[in-house]
Design a protein. Structure first.
Length: 117
């Protein structure tokens, strides 16, 4: 089971790193998932993530209070808005063009209902 948690942590960490360069892929949610998986199967990686000067405090606040900083809420909202608008200008299937904005709206409402720092 430890191996599965380690693989999950590595996969989420890889997705978070890709999210640093691709604006449509979020970074912080994947870091939170990586930290959660690492805490169950790879304490060394969990410690490293918590010690990170930028992301460590976010992970700690999430674990303690499920808090999301206001700045992160705005970035997430703008990113989701951009994705919803972008799907309208691509040859996406109709089901995606209509369901994606609804899904992103639900995620946005959930994010804005989280406590702040």
């Amino acid at each position: 089971m430890t191996l599965l948690w380690r693989l999950a942590a590595l996969l989420c960490l890889l997705l978070a790193l890709i999210g640093l360069v691709l604006p449509v892929l979020p970074t912080v949610p994947f870091l939170l998932l990586a930290a959660a998986a690492a805490s169950r199967g790879w304490p060394w990686l969990d410690d490293r993530l918590l010690a990170h000067e930028v992301y460590g405090p976010m992970i700690s606040r999430w674990r303690a209070r499920r808090a999301v900083p206001r700045r992160a809420k705005w970035f997430a909202t703008l990113g989701m808005l951009g994705s919803a608008v972008l799907v309208w200008f691509t040859p996406a299937p109709a089901w995606l063009a209509y369901s994606l904005p609804v899904l992103l709206l639900a995620v946005g409402v959930w994010i804005w209902r989280r406590p702040e720092d």
